[in-house]
Design a binder for this molecule. Structure first.
Ligand SMILES: Cc1ncc(C[n+]2csc(CCOP(=O)(O)OP(=O)(O)O)c2C)c(N)n1
Length: 635
């Protein structure tokens, strides 16, 4: 049998039946299982491999689901999923209608809190711990497991600051692998390395444990002496101790037996405490250990050689939008000395890395700190620099006030490059860039642009840096564009001007951004049905092209709007507002992401589910046109 121990574990109660020594074998099987499944069904790889032993130890020691494990981000929770009754369906991870790639309370009672965005675990765990106290449920243990990357997010400090004055038995486990997706950044990273390697601190601590630990009943005293030493020497110098946390560690996060002992001890220590665990991202899979950024989420790979399996094509492949951003920004920055590139922890993900390698002095990875990224950009802009701040659409939700209060209100020249706008696919509900059009368009001074293809993206980036007259946002999708030869000479784009993709007579279809490509597919099919559809790529949601809209509303009774974003308050709503404001009375139907959270799947599956894939657009147009001319169409 491939997984003799693991296949008998259908929940933590089965794990707990094993002897302590067997935990080493279970960890090895779990790791192999993750490698086997992930090589065929891609997902977040390195992070989960790194916490295999920690996960086994946590479920062995704590009484889950009564005790609560709150995973930060949750991309590292695959071992947790497998041990908590989801082994047999783990191959459906991130697939349409399959299990989610992140913890989700509606999926399992073992998932204590829904996650996907980083740095929430300490706040959520504190809330859970204090709720238990309010309900006199005093026996419950609550554990937040947070990575060093996620500890760069401000929310984590808000949680620590609050937890430090509350009398909860919160345990924070800092899973320190010195990596975010890219190498971790910032002064905190140096601080963690410093405490990990601090000779005085570790020597004193190890000596105390070594001398007293083995003596019967001496653990208690070792703890006391250690604490006394800490309070004298370390209170001032250990950040966590200064925040009233008891700091333990660093410990080897791959020594599962020792981890269970430490966790067992910590169960009995009252008050907020932090256990610093050192792990290796990608542990146990050589290539993942060697190339941690690539194997964060490598796609399909050969489980023996580790080679990443890419689909080969004989014809030239269109570029990824993120690379168009990255390469174009470098080109622009070489000419425009004011340009600065900023990313909150996604240099590889958004391809700012291209500029970062060429111009390290003009690019900043600020950590998982979207709020800071935006206000930092505002500071640069007020002094005359031109920041291009690239934030994924769903993470931009974090920085809404900074965008309004620090940038737009002061009408500063910040270019927001909003990557992953629209449906992103297998990361699901936490990661779809569903809301940005709706939330950006209500902000005064903000230009809201969305290119339909990569050539337009390139030209919009070019145009944004020519303008320097307030904030400019450009949203573009995940994935690849249409044109292998996208690197054309720059062309300025007229702000607030749409373009006509095709003329037509029966219906006008207005689209924004990448949704226009679905419309192009649809109009080709409509031609075969003898339905003449005009198609306008609006390019800008704000300012919206009123001239074109006057023409459209004057010429067409039927109008369809299509967007890869929420229909509530989005682009279609802007068109409806225009219609109401100018007393037009055409029939307008809006397609886009409906008023509910959309789960994971391929973009194509999700467009269909949301009703704006090409087929659905065709169907919608047919229905509308039939209604317009019921007699002729029925005859
Ligand atoms: C608010 C937010 N910004 C960015 C991300 C993208 N992201 C996912 S995992 C990750 C790195 C997390 O690093 P760490 O917590 O150290 O975990 P590791 O992957 O190293 O185990 C990032 C930046 C996110 N999930 N949430």
């Amino acid at each position: 049998m491939q997984y003799p121990l693991l296949s008998a574990i259908n929940g933590p109660e089965d794990l707990k039946k094993l002897k302590l020594d067997d935990l080493i074998k279970v960890s090895a099987e779990l790791r192999k299982f993750i490698i086997d499944v992930l090589s065929k069904n891609p997902g977040h790889f390195g992070a989960s491999l790194g916490v295999v032993e920690l996960t086994v130890a946590l479920h062995y020691v704590f009484n889950t689901p009564y005790d609560k494990l709150v995973w930060d981000v949750g991309h590292q929770a695959y071992a947790h999923k497998i041990l908590t009754g989801r082994r047999d369906i783990f191959h459906t991870n991130r697939k349409y209608k399959g299990i989610s790639g992140f913890p989700k309370p509606t999926e399992s009672e073992y998932d204590a809190f829904g996650v996907g965005h980083s740095s929430t675990s300490i706040s959520a765990a504190l809330g859970i711990a204090l709720a238990s106290q309010h309900m006199n449920d005093v026996g419950r243990q609550v554990v937040a497991i947070i990575g060093d990357g996620s500890l760069t997010g401000g929310l984590a400090y808000e949680g620590l600051n609050n937890a430090g004055i509350e009398k909860s038995n919160l345990l924070v486990i800092l899973n320190d692998n010195n990596m975010s997706i890219d190498p971790n950044v910032g002064a905190m990273k140096d601080y963690l390395i410093d405490i990990t390697t601090s000779k005085t601190y570790n020597k004193v601590k190890t000596d105390v444990w070594n001398i007293l630990g083995p003596l019967p009943g001496a653990r208690k005293y070792a703890q006391k002496i250690e604490n006394a030493i800490k309070s004298v020497f370390l209170k001032q110098s250990n950040l966590f101790e200064s925040l009233n946390f008891r700091y333990f560690g660093p410990v080897d996060g791959h020594d599962v037996i020792h981890l269970t002992q430490v966790l067992e001890d910590l169960k009995h220590i009252k008050g907020p405490k932090l256990l610093h665990v050192i792990t290796t991202k990608g542990k146990g899979f050589k290539q993942a250990e060697l190339n941690q950024t690539v194997y964060h989420s490598p796609g399909k790979f050969d489980k023996i050689t580790g080679e990443i399996l890419t689909v080969h094509s004989d014809s030239p492949v269109p570029p990824r939008y993120q690379d168009v951003f990255g390469e174009t920004l470098l080109e622009l920055a070489l000419k425009n000395k004011k340009i600065i590139g900023i990313t909150p922890a996604m240099p590889s993900g958004c391809s700012l890395k291209i500029m970062m390698c060429a111009m390290p002095e003009r690019t900043y990875d600020v950590g998982i700190a979207e709020q800071h990224a935006v206000t930092f950009s505002a500071g640069l802009a007020i002094q005359g620099m031109l920041p291009f701040c690239n934030v994924y659409s769903s993470f931009m939700q974090r920085a809404y006030d900074q965008m309004i209060h620090d940038v737009a209100l002061q009408n500063l020249n910040v270019v927001f490059c909003i990557d992953r706008g629209g449906i992103v696919g297998d990361d699901g509900a936490t990661h779809h860039g569903a809301f940005d059009i709706a939330f950006m368009r209500s902000v005064p001074n903000m230009i809201v642009a969305a290119p339909m293809d990569e050539i337009d993206l390139r030209n919009m980036l070019y145009t944004a840096q020519l303008r320097e007259n307030g904030p400019f946002s450009i949203r573009f999708p995940r994935g690849r564009g249409n044109y292998p030869d996208w690197k054309k000479p720059f062309k300025e784009i007229a702000i607030g001007k749409a373009r006509i993709i095709r003329e037509g007579t029966d219906i006008a279809i207005l689209s924004i951004g990448n949704a226009g490509n679905l419309v192009t597919e649809a109009t080709a099919k409509l031609d075969l049905l003898n339905i003449s559809a005009a198609h306008f790529d609006m390019r800008f949601v704000k300012p919206i092209d009123e001239e074109i809209l006057h023409q459209v509303f004057s010429a067409f009774n039927l109008i369809l709007t299509v967007e890869d974003g929420v229909i509530q308050g989005g682009f279609g709503s802007a068109v409806l507002e225009f219609m109401a404001d100018h007393n037009y009375s055409s029939k307008v139907k809006r397609l886009g992401i409906p008023d509910r959270f959309v789960e994971h799947g391929t973009p194509q599956e999700l467009y269909k589910e949301c009703g704006f894939d090409a087929e659905s657009i065709v169907h919608e147009v047919q229905t509308l046109v039939d209604k317009k001319v019921p007699i002729t169409s029925q005859n």
